[in-house]
Write a protein that binds this ligand. Structure first.
Ligand SMILES: Nc1ncnc2c1ncn2[C@@H]1O[C@H](COP(=O)(O)OP(=O)(O)OP(=O)(O)O)[C@@H](O)[C@H]1O
Ligand SMILES: [Mg+2]
Length: 241
């Protein structure tokens, strides 16, 4: 099925009126800039269309999927046996999981794009950017020292807020942070985990923070990622977040 037809449902739901251009074709998805329907009270929307399931390796999936709950017993068996049906369940669950996580975090006030809708293979969300250009990823911009300091704290407060909402990003890096008008929006949450359920949660949190600290070290921001991770984790375990 073409990406265009996968977006059909968003036309039918009266959310978009046109698909304007490809923003980026990434490793797991292609993101399109769409003309938003006036009823959405916004000009553009971003549609993230996932690639077919073959492109994700089961080995990596295991780290993130650990502890996820599938309520339907028959589907859970198919999932465990890695049958074709099981793979479909898994593919859908990545997309739904990203959408649910965006809903949860956006409602809590996190700096993530506002989610609008979810279909079988696609998510529709707030578009970060304007008619000239989409927001660049953080790796492509040069920050002033003051801005760098501010944005580092914005990121740390987000990581803390997500943890308070029972979420760890799990793939946090400058590649998944969009820079727009002096602020940031964090994207790409399919692999995010619930720290109450996932046995790899602490190491994923520590890795996310290490990626942030490495990037900000280039701007002279000194921070010990492991200390930050341990402190956050302690507070999480004591329900003090
Ligand atoms: N809401 C958005 N507004 C503007 N651009 C976006 C939005 N969401 C994603 N993008 C663009 O699309 C790219 C891919 O999105 P995302 O990171 O969610 O998918 P991915 O498959 O993991 O891609 P990658 O392999 O590049 O990380 C981003 O790097 C960004 O440039
Ligand atoms: Mg990405």
């Amino acid at each position: 099925m073409s990406d265009q037809s996968l977006l059909e449902v968003f036309f039918e739901e009266g959310l978009i009126t046109d698909v304007l251009n490809v923003v980026k074709s990434g490793k797991e998805a292609t993101v399109y800039c769409c003309q938003a329907h006036p009823s959405t009270e916004t000009e553009f929307l971003a549609a993230k269309v996932y690639r077919s399931r073959q492109n994700r390796s089961f080995q990596n999936d295991a780290i993130y999927q650990a502890g996820r709950v599938i309520l339907d017993k028959r589907l859970q068996r198919a999932f465990n046996k890695k049958t074709r049906k099981g793979r479909e369940v898994q593919f859908t669950s990545w997309i739904e999981h990203e959408f649910q996580t965006l809903n949860l975090l956006y409602a809590a006030g996190a700096d993530v794009p506002k989610p609008f809708a979810c279909a079988d293979s696609a998510i529709l969300m707030e578009y970060v950017g304007d008619e000239q250009q989409p927001a660049p990823i953080l790796n492509k911009v040069l920050l002033t020292p003051t801005e760098a300091e501010l944005l580092f704290h914005q990121l740390l407060s987000n990581v803390e807020l997500w943890l308070a909402c029972d979420r760890i990003h799990g793939d946090l890096s400058p590649f998944n942070i969009l820079y727009w008008q002096g602020s940031v929006k964090i994207i790409d949450f399919p692999q995010s985990v619930d720290p109450h359920l996932n046995p790899n949660a602490f190491s994923l949190l520590a890795q996310d923070l290490e990626n942030l600290c490495k990037y900000w070290a280039k701007y002279g921001v000194q921070a010990n990622s492991l200390e930050i991770a341990e402190e956050l984790w302690r507070r999480f375990l004591r329900a003090e977040l």
